[in-house]
Design a protein around this ligand. Structure first.
Ligand SMILES: Nc1ncnc2c1ncn2[C@@H]1O[C@H](COP(=O)(O)OP(=O)(O)O)[C@@H](O)[C@H]1O
Ligand SMILES: [Mg+2]
Length: 248
């Protein structure tokens, strides 16, 4: 039995270089039930960090803990077990355009071998209710606005009953009202399902709404890791600049 670590997710001195160093001695952790936002400019390694959590990417050096286990050297087979518990909501939603919204969610439910399928209609309806989109059940993804597609993608991810959900830029290309709805949805999931989540975003409004703690990446390094409430008080000029950009 592998050792269990106290944090749900932890990056320990993670280094990752592609054509240039992207993650340099990256350290942060996410506790079970906590929501951590990862913010920073484009290209700083936010999505690369999520790739490490999913095990799609491996660090050059350092350790990655996920679901309380050190997954750094996990095989594909071992990672498949982890990916039953930790799921990612991709930006494009990854919905099948040829299936209705309801059938998209059903197709995710059917991936679970341990599901009692006798009440599958109820489960699909329940998931759609949770994201407040029951009335879209018989529509096709192409009929939906981007924000609704994201919410359906979240419902689809929840069908697998994950412990942890990773969101990559959930509110990008979504209008402000829909962004607000998505933020409310993330908050609801956090409080009702005690989900552990990591939200990559440059939407500071979303960060303030849902995150307990925040990781700020700058030039490969973690420039800040701490409570959202204390981010604005830091005197780091890069953080101040980032926050100021949002005000204009
Ligand atoms: N699989 C990969 N192979 C090579 N370079 C990559 C790969 N994934 C990401 N990168 C590079 O790593 C850097 C950080 O990317 P990314 O994490 O996607 O940025 P962001 O913070 O905007 O999400 C970028 O320069 C990107 O080109
Ligand atoms: Mg990205």
């Amino acid at each position: 039995m592998a050792e269990l670590f106290p944090h749900y997710i932890e990056f320990r001195h993670v280094h990752k270089t592609f054509d240039r160093p992207v993650l340099v001695d990256t350290n942060f952790e996410v506790n079970a039930g906590e929501t951590v936002a990862i913010i920073g400019r484009s290209g700083v390694g936010k999505s690369v960090s999520l790739g490490h959590i999913m095990g799609f990417l491996k660090p050059d050096t350092g350790r990655v803990i996920v679901s309380h286990r050190d997954i750094t050297d996990f095989t594909d087979k071992e990672m498949r077990q982890i990916r039953r518990k930790v799921t990612m909501v991709f930006q494009n939603g990854a919905l099948f355009d040829s299936l209705t919204v309801g059938d998209n969610i059903l197709s995710s439910l059917e991936l679970r071998d341990d599901y009692d399928m006798s009440n599958k209609e109820d489960v699909v309806n329940g998931l759609l209710e949770m994201v407040d989109l029951l009335d879209t059940r018989d529509l096709y993804p192409t009929d939906l606005a981007v924000g609704h597609k994201r919410a359906i993608a979240i419902a689809r991810a929840l069908a697998a009953q994950p412990e942890c959900v990773l969101y990559d830029e959930p509110t990008t290309m979504v209008d402000p009202i829909m962004s607000d709805h998505l933020g409310d949805l993330l908050l609801r999931l956090k409080t009702h399902l005690q989900l552990t989540s990591v939200v990559v975003t440059h939407d500071l409004e979303l960060m303030r709404k849902v995150a307990d703690r925040v990781v700020f990446f700058h030039e490969g390094r973690v420039a800040y890791f701490g409570p959202v409430s204390e981010l604005e008080q830091t005197d780091n000029p890069n953080i101040q600049e980032f926050l100021a950009m949002d005000r204009v």
